[in-house]
Write a protein that binds this ligand. Structure first.
Ligand code: ACO
Length: 428
């Protein structure tokens, strides 16, 4: 039986169909609203707006649930590899052994980048933020790989190139920023090992691969691999809806992720914890500032648009952070501040009333520091992890039979029509 809600306005009645997802989520389909009534809806920040039907990621913010293609993220973080999780997200199911082998070979075969790209990297001003560089360079990739065969082949090749080359480019930009020789990707290493080696191996000090560090990176990337229709993913879909190439759509996603309210929060958390440390280590004033309505300060790494309970990724990240620092014998004073800040915030009425809990970024910066990643590259690490999700979401939107170019409406609040006033007649 068809389910619908009825809207009454000035004696006119309109039936709006109810759409139900596979986990029982309900939405009101308003796609005919304007055509039938002349009305649009107002929803700043799209807080109540479903922009698509998607079978990639399920999250339940009230119960702290996150699943990729139906599999709980906890299980993937424990048992899967990042490469396998990427395959799962993009292709909709776990790969067979042969499929995984083929996927690995393709990634290895495409992991080198054109040497001409080096000149681009070298010509950015010294102080450029790595996210700005990454976003531009991913867009530039299109110029290096402009032609392909049939559409499906083209899409598969572009997806492979992105997964293989963006990792190389991120390590390359780090090496160039330090004035070091580039380290090439190695086919005998896993996806995560390869990245660490390209980042940290030098001719004078060969990089020692530690399994705890590789594991931390694997978990970090799996936890970031997708998160349904967040700001950067929606940007990828929105820009992609104009039918731009995938490089341009991903470049837009990277730009959105850069923001401190989104992926930039992992860097902002470390800066906030460092400020607290420099201030003598008392986190009480940070809590007070966060509570103060007249202060724009927010506790970075706290709060989430969807999670109104503990972010399930933050739970895994926190545990992994403890284990990593223990195994590497690292005593990071910022971890003590973070723990104290979390404990105090979780007992504070403001944070309780506002359902504010740590999000994935709260402990991820400390994990990245322990791995050796410089603070200004934290968000780049997030972007590398999010690549499979962006690609999967873009692919799904391209294949969607209900696809439409994204074009929200507005309610105009400016001047009504009036005549042009010549310059000499205008008052000061
Ligand atoms: N510290 C203090 N107060 C907060 C915080 C915070 N971190 N987050 C939200 N609030 C308060 C707001 O002031 C607001 O209070 P009010 O209702 O009394 O005015 C209320 O909680 C709701 O806040 P909104 O901004 O409406 O919530 P929204 O869902 O739009 O924002 C967001 C979510 C952007 C993540 C927000 O919680 C925030 O700014 N957090 C800090 C930045 C951060 O950690 N971002 C990473 C998010 S996870 C990710 O992108 C990977």
């Amino acid at each position: 039986m068809e389910d619908f809600v009825t809207l009454n306005y000035n004696g006119t009645e309109i039936k709006l169909p109810v759409v139900t997802g596979s986990e029982g989520e309900k939405a009101i389909d308003i796609s005919r609203l304007r055509a039938d009534t002349g009305f649009i809806t107002m929803d700043p920040g799209y807080v109540n707006t479903g922009s698509c039907m998607s079978s990639i990621t399920f999250m339940d913010g009230e119960n702290g649930i996150l699943r990729y293609r139906g599999i709980p993220v906890e299980q993937l973080a424990e048992k899967s590899t990042y490469k396998e999780t990427a395959y799962l997200l993009i292709n909709g199911r776990l790969p067979t052994r042969d499929e995984l082998t083929e996927f690995s070979i393709n990634l290895n075969d495409n992991s080198l980048v054109h040497t001409d790209l080096k000149a681009f990297f070298q010509n950015f001003p010294r102080q450029s933020h790595p996210m700005g560089i990454l976003s531009s360079m991913v867009n530039a990739l299109r110029s290096f790989y402009p032609t392909y065969g049939p559409l499906e082949e083209e899409i598969n090749m572009t997806m492979t190139r992105l997964l293989a080359k963006v990792r190389t480019m991120a390590a390359m930009s780090y090496k160039i920023s330090r004035g070091h020789e580039l380290v090439l990707p190695r086919p005998d290493m896993t996806y995560c090992e390869n990245f660490l080696n390209m980042m940290f191996d030098t001719p004078v000090k060969p990089y020692e691969i530690k399994k705890e560090v590789v594991n931390a990176l694997r978990v970090f990337w799996i936890l970031h691999a997708d998160h349904e229709q967040n700001c950067s993913t929606s940007s990828v879909r929105m820009v992609g809806s104009a039918r731009v190439n995938l490089y341009a759509a991903i470049s837009a996603g990277i730009a959105a992720l850069w923001g401190p309210l989104h992926g930039g929060a992992n860097q902002a958390v470390i800066e906030m914890l460092t400020d607290i440390q420099n201030d003598g280590g008392s986190y009480q004033s940070a809590i007070e500032r966060a509570r103060d309505k007249n202060d724009s300060f927010r506790l970075m790494g706290f709060g989430h648009r969807v999670y109104k309970t503990y972010d399930p990724r933050a739970k895994i990240m926190k545990k992994m952070c403890d284990e990593l620092l223990d195994s590497l014998n690292i005593d990071d004073p910022l971890l003590d501040i973070a723990r104290g800040l979390e404990e105090t915030a979780l007992q504070d009425p403001y944070f309780i009333d506002h359902n504010l809990y740590p999000n994935v970024d709260f402990y991820s910066g400390i994990v990245l520091r322990a791995i050796g990643i410089p603070t200004n590259m934290f968000t780049v690490m997030f972007a590398l992890g999010r690549l499979p999700g962006w690609i999967a979401q873009w692919k799904e939107s391209v294949d969607d039979p209900r696809w439409k170019i994204s074009r929200p409406r507005q309610v105009y609040t400016g001047e009504q029509e009036y005549d042009y006033i010549p310059l000499h007649a205008r008052n000061a």
